[in-house]
Design a protein. Structure first.
Length: 124
């Protein structure tokens, strides 16, 4: 026999699944994200309201500022080591920087959302 808490959490998405695929932390439906780094108002499947627990304010700056400095340092080091043409460097920056920033934002916002939902007792 299985434990009831195991059955209650079975099939729920974890942090990486919530961040990457937009799975609802409660039911696992793909309804967490409306935009690349913006939560949907609520889950379309189970009705869990994300707006109430969404991380807002300046807290994410503590993640984005060091990440920005690392990206700048990495671009300067790449330019120093490889010396790619300017058009290639710009193309690389246009692709890599938004991907890293949005990926980090999604991961951090999903982690904060899941932590707040657990603290509020909405998730087990």
């Amino acid at each position: 026999m299985t434990d009831s808490t195991e059955q209650a959490t079975k099939g729920q998405g974890g942090l990486t699944r919530a961040a990457l695929f937009g799975l609802c932390p409660r039911c696992g439906a793909r309804s967490l994200w409306d935009a690349p780094a913006a939560f949907a108002p609520s889950c379309r499947a189970c009705g869990l309201v994300f707006e109430d627990y969404e991380p807002r304010g300046r807290g994410l700056y503590f993640v984005l500022l060091p990440l920005t400095f690392l990206l700048i340092a990495g671009a300067l080091k790449l330019d120093d080591l490889v010396r790619p043409p300017l058009w290639l460097m710009l193309a690389l920056i246009v692709v890599v920087v938004p991907g890293v920033i949005f990926g980090t934002l999604r991961l951090m916002k999903a982690a904060l959302l899941i932590a707040r939902l657990r603290a509020a007792g909405v998730l087990a």
